[in-house]
Write a protein that binds this ligand. Structure first.
Ligand code: GRF
Length: 205
């Protein structure tokens, strides 16, 4: 029997972070395995990465649900059926309900393309450039009900260069995302990071 941490990933689009996680998890010695990928968008490109890797996928279209809670309940059920122990949000463009987040507290992580707490929300690279910031980066954090505000697990910094556009900056940040997210997942799966009483704790069990 596999003792790897079972991960469910939620996506909405391109899925390049998902692909980075899949690639990392394909190594025999990686301590986590992706057991299910759920997309709320029917034709999300990321679904293809999962299918190619032989990972189970599900489309749960939020438009088919009356409320955020009923949509989240369906996600919750599918993740539990798949035996997921940790949820990785990877470009998932829906806000999860407080109830869902509380139920999974300490077991949902997200990657955000800025050095949080700076530049939360959307259009992040536009915000960074408009603010004249000299550096940016990405953050992996535990998810709490407040958007992009959860305890930080890891960050990587990149410079903002003169002449950067949101696209050139996004590409530079994305490269670091693809390294940081698998690294953070490894730490969690190895028990080197966990959430205790709302705080990130580093160190062995
Ligand atoms: C990434 O920049 C991630 O930080 C943010 O959404 C984007 C998703 O990109 N949360 P991809 O779908 O992983 O390629």
């Amino acid at each position: 029997m596999s003792s790897k941490l079972k991960v469910g990933a939620l996506i909405s689009g391109r899925g390049s972070n998902l692909q980075a996680l899949i690639r990392a998890a394909s190594a025999d010695d990686f301590p986590a395995e992706i057991v299910l990928v759920i997309s709320n968008v029917v034709d999300a490109q990321g679904l293809k990465h999962a299918e190619r890797a032989g990972i189970a996928t599900a489309v749960i279209d939020h438009k088919g649900y009356q409320s955020r809670e009923s949509f989240d309940a369906q996600i919750d059920e599918r993740l539990r059926q798949a035996g997921a122990e940790l949820i990785c949000l990877a470009g998932f463009m829906r806000i999860l309900s407080d109830d869902f987040v509380r139920k999974w507290e300490g077991h949902v992580i997200n990657i955000h393309p800025s050095l949080l707490p700076a530049f939360k929300g959307t259009h992040v690279h536009e915000q960074v450039i408009a603010a004249g910031a000299k550096s940016s980066g990405c953050t992996v954090h535990y998810v709490i009900p407040e958007l992009d505000s959860g305890p930080i697990i890891a960050q990587a910094e990149v410079p903002v260069l003169a002449g950067d556009t949101p696209e050139t900056l996004a590409a530079r940040v994305l490269e670091t995302e693809h390294k940081l997210y698998p690294m953070a997942l490894r730490w969690i799966a190895e028990g080197r990071v966990r959430l205790e009483k709302g705080q990130v704790v580093f160190g062995g069990r």
